[in-house]
Each structure stands twice: as C-alpha cells, then as structure tokens.
Design a protein around this ligand. Structure first.
Ligand code: PLP
Length: 249
C-alpha cells in the first residue's frame, strides 16, 4: 500500500494538523507515516499551548522513515527556522518524491504556528524543493507582502510566490466574498487555471480544510496524477468532505 509521509504539527482536538491529514490519507486508501514538528494543545475555539519538537527528534523521525515505501510527502506546520532547515535537508536527499507544502502560520483557534524568522526563510529554504505549495490568501499575502481584494489578485499572488522559488502554487481564494469559492493554480509546465465551485453555507466553520486539501493532493500525486489533475480531484474530494461535515455540525 502506498504511504504518504505527513510532516507537521499535532492538534489534540483532532480538527487540524497531522490527525486531519491522517484521516484524509486513510480515507483515500493510502497509509500515513509521520514526522511530528510540534505538539499543540487546542480546542476548536481556543489555542492553549505549543511545544516545538527538538530538531534532533524531528531528524530522527525522518531518518526512521522507510522512504522506499513513500509515494509523496505532505508538509504542514513548521514552527521555526530550525525545523525548516531539517525538512529542507531531508527533501534535498529525496527530490524524486513529490511533495506538497501547506504553509500554515496561524490556527483559527487563535494560535501562532510559525515564527517570524521561519516564515521569512520559507521561500529561500524550502519553496524550490517542493512540487506545489498551497497557501490561502492570508498566507500568500504574508509571504509576498502584497494585498488581495478580488479574484484577479490571486494570479498576482501566485506569480509572486513563483518568483520566490515555488515550482507550482495553488492560491486558495475562499476568504474572498461571494457565492463562489475560487482557487488559482499556477504551475511551471501545465499552465494556469481557476478552480471555481459554489460556496457551501457553513463551510468556513469546518476546521482543517487546508490540511485535508494538501494531503489529498499529495495522495493523488503519489497515485501518478499530474498537478492539475491532482488539484482538481482533491478540490472535489474536499467539497464532498465539507458538505458531509456541515450537515453533521
Ligand atoms: N493546528 C495545526 C497543528 C495545524 O497544522 C493547522 C493547519 O495546518 C491548524 C491548526 C490550522 O487549522 P485551522 O485553520 O482549521 O484551525
């Protein structure tokens, strides 16, 4: 069975982070394997605490992973510059394996997930080693120091991320107002494309959607789909997940 290596932080509420990644990967029919970067304590509404896993321990988890079984790598929370350094060294030794980075900086429960220095070093240290990055508008604005008020700005943000070294960028536009959610994909070899779907009422209440989308993209890349197909299939997977959750909330 294909394995997906999940590098990221744990969220004890189970709403986001590697537990959300794990659910996605199992749900799609692959096996997750883990390297934990931080342990966070949070509920759906409050952020209590975060503990950064020491670089030595993160490195040991990566060294212990049987990479010949891994079909793709998904990276989420990277708490500081040191953890980014460890992951970037690891990725440069495994450049043949497709990778997805969801650059997360804050949680909806109000916590800070990455240090200022960490965020500033992401472009130079990590972007060129990753097949696709998946920032939402807020993250893309923070990375590029640009603004975003309309659909067309998603393209500008994606091009700016590419200039920072990213090979492909999916800017998730769900924070823009309107009845539809629009994401923009810019990739090196496959051109660019808007993905548009009807907004699901109550969908913003569902946590961990960014984690789940990036994990689903990693799964589809591991299955041999190209970036465009992987994003398309993963967006449809996420919409069904959100619809199910909204009905259950
Ligand atoms: N907590 C952890 C550990 C995460 O990795 C993430 C996202 O990747 C979040 C929280 C943020 O999720 P949400 O915005 O749904 O709170």
């Amino acid at each position: 069975m294909t394995q997906i290596l999940l590098i990221g932080g744990s969220d004890n509420s189970g709403g986001a982070g590697v537990y959300a990644d794990m659910e996605t990967v199992y749900g799609l029919g692959a096996k997750p394997t883990f390297a934990i970067t931080a342990i966070t304590a949070q509920s759906d509404h409050l952020f209590f605490h975060t503990h950064t896993v020491p670089s030595k321990t993160l490195k040991a988890q990566l060294q212990a992973t049987e990479m010949n079984q891994v079909g793709a790598i998904k990276i989420g929370m990277l708490p500081n510059k040191e953890s980014i350094g460890v992951v970037s060294e690891f990725l440069s030794e495994h450049s043949e394996i497709p990778s997805v980075l969801d650059p997360v900086f804050t949680s909806s429960s109000g916590g800070t997930l990455s240090s200022y220095e960490g965020i500033a070093s992401l472009g130079s240290q990590l972007f060129p080693l990753i097949n696709i990055i998946t920032p939402n508008i807020l993250e893309a604005c923070r990375l590029t120091k640009l603004g975003c008020v309309q659909k067309e700005d998603l393209e500008t943000l994606a091009h700016a991320c590419r200039k920072m070294g990213a090979n492909a960028v999916l800017v998730k536009g769900g924070h823009l107002p309107g009845n539809h959610c629009v994401d923009f994909l810019l990739s090196k070899d496959r051109g660019n494309c808007f993905f548009e779907r009807k907004r699901i009422p109550g969908g913003t209440e569902v946590r961990g959607t960014g984690c789940r989308l990036a994990s689903a993209i990693a799964y589809h890349l591991a299955m041999g789909y190209n970036i465009m197909e992987s994003v398309d299939r993963s967006c449809r997977y996420l919409s069904s997940y959100i619809e199910e959750r909204v009905q259950g909330i």
